[in-house]
Design a protein around this ligand. Structure first.
Ligand SMILES: [Zn+2]
Length: 373
């Protein structure tokens, strides 16, 4: 199959008319000339690498924490239709028993390729920066409990967010990394030294940088300053127009350039409309697309999809198209250790998003499979 006539990003990051050949699940050719016969004509469209969402709790009215196969599939398919071809399923803080049940329900969806992996966001996070996590479920990171949870996932837990200032955090980070997962710093009251200790212990992701952590001050860099300037750390950004100001998105993109990843942090209301929802056990009300806890008005995840995060980064924060595309694909792919996707190049998995002239998703090609038109 050869897709042609659409705009693609060239080596200089400019959009140019080009073509992509796909054989099976793999990209076998890319060019910007007229040398090939095109069998899927996509004039007027733009093709970008499929989006990679490291941090997503649900969508389409469905939650990954539901432990309900129908909901898990619906959340994944909702985001797939918005261009996400690789996703982590994120779970908010819960009791050991609840998390174990939720992890077990997600495992078949990791094994069949619907999900990339499971992200535990807590429960080993700070009660002072818990955002929309149920404070009753939070605890210190006992390395043995962390290890037992990782064992339940048996290799499918790809990322764990914890607060590095809590007792036991550094040995817990070491356990997480030894199990082949990513240690992420977030929902934390860390100072700069705590954040640096986490990075030194091997933490490589900042969970929604700026949100649910102390701010960047001019004489006190705090966790934001340390994480944003640490060369091995990928910083997640929620670019929904509510969690971060546009200049803050631009600042993080400029500073962390090839380490800034757009995430959705979406909850069930993504692509499902306003109304009342649950995040874990907590009640959330969504008004005009903004999700807040009913109890205290705290922001409770987003209603983003990755295409919308990409568009907002370009249109609201003024991020160049090539950089916003990279932040939505190759940067999170590399952070997750996935070298086989995230760019449109020969040998890469054929995960592609076809956008119309307004950058709304028209088609999503996942591992070379074109959906029926
Ligand atoms: Zn989250």
């Amino acid at each position: 199959m050869t897709l042609g006539g659409a705009l693609l990003l060239d080596a200089d990051g400019e959009l140019q008319r080009g073509w992509i050949s796909v054989d099976g699940a793999i990209i076998t050719g890319v060019g910007f000339d007229d040398s090939v016969v095109v069998d899927v004509k996509l004039d007027g469209r733009t093709i970008l690498p499929g989006f990679v969402d490291m941090h997503c709790h649900g969508g389409g009215g469905a939650s990954y924490a539901s432990a309900d196969p129908e909901q898990i599939a619906r959340a994944a398919h909702t985001h797939r239709a918005h261009g996400t071809t690789t996703t982590n399923a994120s779970l908010v803080s819960a009791t050991y028993e609840d998390l174990a049940r939720q992890i077990r329900a997600l495992i078949p969806f990791v094994d069949d390729g619907t999900l990339h992996g499971i992200h535990l966001e807590g429960p080993w996070i700070s009660p002072d920066y818990c955002g929309a996590h149920d404070p009753a479920t939070l605890r210190d990171p006992d390395p043995d409990e962390v290890a037992r949870m990782l064992d339940i996932g048996a290799g499918r837990i790809t990322m764990v967010t914890l607060a590095p200032e809590l007792p036991g955090a550094v040995p817990a980070i070491e356990r997480i990394i030894a199990a082949g997962a990513i240690a992420a710093v977030g929902h934390t009251g860390a100072n700069a030294d705590h954040a640096r200790a986490a990075v030194d212990a091997g933490a490589t992701v900042a969970t929604h940088l700026f949100n649910a952590m102390p701010p960047l001050l001019h004489r006190d860099a705090g966790p934001v300053g340390v994480l944003m300037t640490s060369g091995d750390v990928t910083v997640e950004l929620i670019c929904d127009g509510h969690h971060l100001g546009p200049e803050v998105v631009a600042l993080a993109m400029a500073t962390a350039h090839d380490r800034a990843a757009l995430i959705t942090d979406a909850m069930a209301a993504a692509a499902a409309g306003d109304g009342d929802y649950l995040l874990g056990h907590l009640q959330v009300r969504v008004t005009d697309g903004v999700a807040r806890l009913v109890s205290n008005g705290s922001l409770a995840g987003s209603t983003l999809t990755m295409d919308s995060a990409f568009r907002r980064a370009v249109r609201i924060a003024g991020v160049p198209v090539a950089d916003a595309s990279a932040a939505a694909s190759v940067v999170p792919a590399r952070a997750l250790g996935l070298g086989d996707r995230g760019v449109i190049a020969v040998g890469q998995r054929a995960d592609l998003v076809v956008l119309d002239s307004e950058w709304s998703v028209e088609k999503v090609i996942h591992a070379g499979t074109l959906p029926p038109s």
